[in-house]
Design a binder for this molecule. Structure first.
Ligand SMILES: [Ca+2]
Length: 185
């Protein structure tokens, strides 16, 4: 094994850890397939405090209030470095509901464990951002370090009514790509 290979391996193992919060920008217009950019992820901020984890996801925004598409936003939380994949997720369906749920194998699991999240939007409801919060409680999120992955799926629009086939997707980076670990500052 060469020295350069050793160095590369060591660098790959040293996870990047950011205290407090991290903000990642995502390219504009990189939805796939090309189409509506209503759910084009532009910026994600992860804030980790002793009491909660807050993830804000920013979009380009729309001119009219509630000019939301159909589709969903998924925010995956990795809270356990020793376990593969996400442990929890925020799942928001436009015009339907919002759920915070445990996750296995990147799939939302049914639950009645009392683990609750919360979603807020920009005041004008112009699709500028959504903020997903989960309080740290026993049996729910408790870890000192978290990282997130974000995906959107735009399945269509209401006025005028249209269905996109296939849906228009975007991810923060790539599908299931994690941010750096964010520790409590
Ligand atoms: Ca994007």
């Amino acid at each position: 094994m060469s020295i350069s290979h050793l160095l590369l391996t060591t660098a790959a193992l040293a996870a990047v850890v950011t205290p407090g919060s991290v903000t990642i920008t995502d390219p504009a217009g990189d939805v796939s397939p090309a189409g509506s950019t209503k759910l084009d992820i532009r910026r994600v901020t992860v804030k980790n405090t002793p009491t909660k984890v807050v993830v804000q996801v920013a979009f380009p925004g729309v001119g009219e209030r509630y000019d939301f598409p159909t589709g969903n936003v998924s925010v995956w939380l990795d809270t356990d470095p020793g376990r593969r994949g996400a442990e929890f997720g925020h799942f928001m369906e436009f015009w339907s509901d919002y759920r915070f749920a445990p996750v296995q194998g990147w799939r939302e699991q049914a639950t009645d464990d009392g683990c609750e999240g919360e979603v807020r939007s920009d005041k004008g409801n112009r699709l500028r951002w959504f903020r997903f919060t989960v309080q740290k409680t026993a049996g729910c999120v408790t870890s000192d370090a978290v990282r997130v992955a974000v995906s959107t799926m735009n399945t269509g629009d209401l006025e005028p009514y249209v269905e996109y086939a296939p849906p228009v997707r975007d991810h923060l980076g790539a599908e299931h790509q994690w941010t750096d670990w964010v520790t409590v500052d």
